[in-house]
Design a protein around this ligand. Structure first.
Ligand SMILES: O=C(O)CC1=CCC(=O)O1
Length: 92
């Protein structure tokens, strides 16, 4: 199942700089692991925003939910999920 997921990151301005650094490093490691495993197909920066647009290919809704809840930055994100269906005009 394919899902488009938009993640907007909202970090508290007064967050401890060491916590911020470690959270961002953990987020990167987590995201790259899922990209290598094939479940996180696309990760794009929304230009000019602290947000990304991602595409996940996962077995079901519960797996997507698990992946999102385990994001190190999850407590600091606004997330919107859009299930994707095939467009009738898509080629290939
Ligand atoms: O910077 C972001 O958009 C948040 C994020 C998700 C995966 C990652 O490495 O950073």
């Amino acid at each position: 199942m394919l899902f488009a997921v938009r993640m907007t990151v909202v970090l508290p301005p007064d967050m401890d700089p060491e916590l911020r650094t470690s959270l961002l490093a953990a987020e990167k490691e987590y995201a790259q692991k899922l990209q290598h495993s094939g479940e996180w197909l696309h990760l794009w920066r929304c230009a000019g925003q602290y947000a990304n647009l991602s595409v996940f290919e996962v077995s079901d809704n519960d797996r997507l939910n698990e992946l999102l809840w385990d994001l190190p930055l999850f407590p600091y994100m606004d997330i919107t999920v859009t299930p994707l269906a095939r467009h009738p005009s898509a080629v290939g």
